[in-house]
Design a protein around this ligand. Sequence first.
Ligand code: SF4
Length: 273
Amino acid sequence: MVEGAIPTKANGIYCKVGGQTAIEMLKECAADAAAVIAIGSCASWGGMPSTISPLSDSSPTGSAGVADILGKPVMTIPGCPPNPYNFLAAVVHFLTFGKLPELDKLGRPKFAYSRLIHENCERRAHFDAGRFAMEFGDSGHRQGYCLYKLGCKGPETYANCSTLGFGDAGENNWPVGCGHPCIGCSEKGVGFQKPIHQVAKMLNVTPPLQYPRIVEEQGKAASFASAAAVAAVAGAAAGAAIMLTRNLGLSHAAEEAERAKAAGKSADDKAGA
Ligand code: SF4
């Protein structure tokens, strides 16, 4: 088990214990290990200490992840902090089956890191409907709207933060649940590398078949009109992607105006009926 980044510059002198560098200790301990696990983003790929200095083209200490030093397969549990349940489940898998769980190309166990945070986020319905917080503390932010425009990296970060809470403090105890954009801490090249408020790259644009309601009335079947809308949009990914792009481009004021207009129209329709 390795925690923390490994400084490599100047023969590793930036981390020494009892006269031994972290590189030497790592190589000695890993030589006969049955499995090597890097826990946290720092041990996984360098994390915060590997952030490139604006004064040079590398981090001040040349910090790197465990796999880069050892040159052999390492299971990584990235996150800042990493979710303890992912670590525990991976260790129990090893103890039970005598082998590590299936890993992705970055060494992350697939059971925890195969889906984008964005795919299962509790604010996803707002994203699909084009409802975004534009500033911290604005009306959208206070109503729990999507944090994409504040720089949320959920659309380019693989992790199960949106489905598995951290620790025992209850649900919603993760950044997006608390109102802060995901910073992509579990994703090499995103966390601590991209500016926090830079908008995320959309890795997987799966346009919605229809825009969901945030609070669905129970016990009611879909109306003929909404079913027809679903049928019309299904399969027309290009059209829906245009809609998605349009939503991402709307200014907050335009969003508010559009919602007010739609609400007025629906009241008029009801009156006419
Ligand atoms: S952009 Fe962020 S806040 Fe919005 S739905 Fe995706 S993961 Fe959730």
